[in-house]
Design a protein around this ligand. Sequence first.
Ligand code: 2AL
Length: 245
Amino acid sequence: MKLLLINPNTSDAMTAGIAQSAQAVAAAGTQIIAVHPSFGPLSIEGHYDEAFAAAGVAEQVRLAQAQRPDGIVIACFGDPGLEAAREATHAPVLGIAEAAFHAASMLATGFSIVTTMTRTCIIAERLVQRYGFEHQCRGVHGTDIAVLDLEDGGEPLTRQIEDVAREALARDRSGAIVLGCAGMSALCHTLTQRLGVPVIDGVSVAVKFAEALAALGLGTSKRGDYATPLRKTYTGWAAPLGWPD
Ligand code: 2AL
């Protein structure tokens, strides 16, 4: 099957890293098509960034229409453009935050999120509320690591995330850690070994959920608000992205 993996930011390096994480867990017969928007922020760390990222996700879903992907994964922790993507396809669409919350809730009664800049903690808290995981998510913790600094990785950075996660587990009395950024994907294995609890990388679980739903023949409902977008004219730079041709 074909999975479209959208990195909503425009970093080539991060897109390649996320693709590697996805490929590592994908089934033998799964082809990962990794893309990022043609415009927008290099990293997503606030509401302004997210506004452009959501449009970028819609652009990529629109452009990939001809390839008929069996599933779509949106690989940024704010799940930008998730519902727009669901309108625009019959395939299942997974956001990494929503997928990670579901996975964590099946593995522990409570989980903590460890994310990047502290200002994004509020965005993650609101996402938890929107998806209805207030009873399972016991805390959201920032590391004040910028998203693009995750590209370099390295032991000091891993240690910094590990220390915040360790404190979160103790303070929140949590049983699992959710990584609050797609750029943390490559650290999941090391952190799992060091922390001794399930560490959930949303990219990995979203890929496996997308595979499972697609294999079961389950796709996005076209009844109600996820129905195909209404035909209309788009203007300005978005003119080629109106629905349908
Ligand atoms: C993210 C993410 O996953 N990708 C990105 O650019 N920003 N999330 C975050 N909390 O900073």
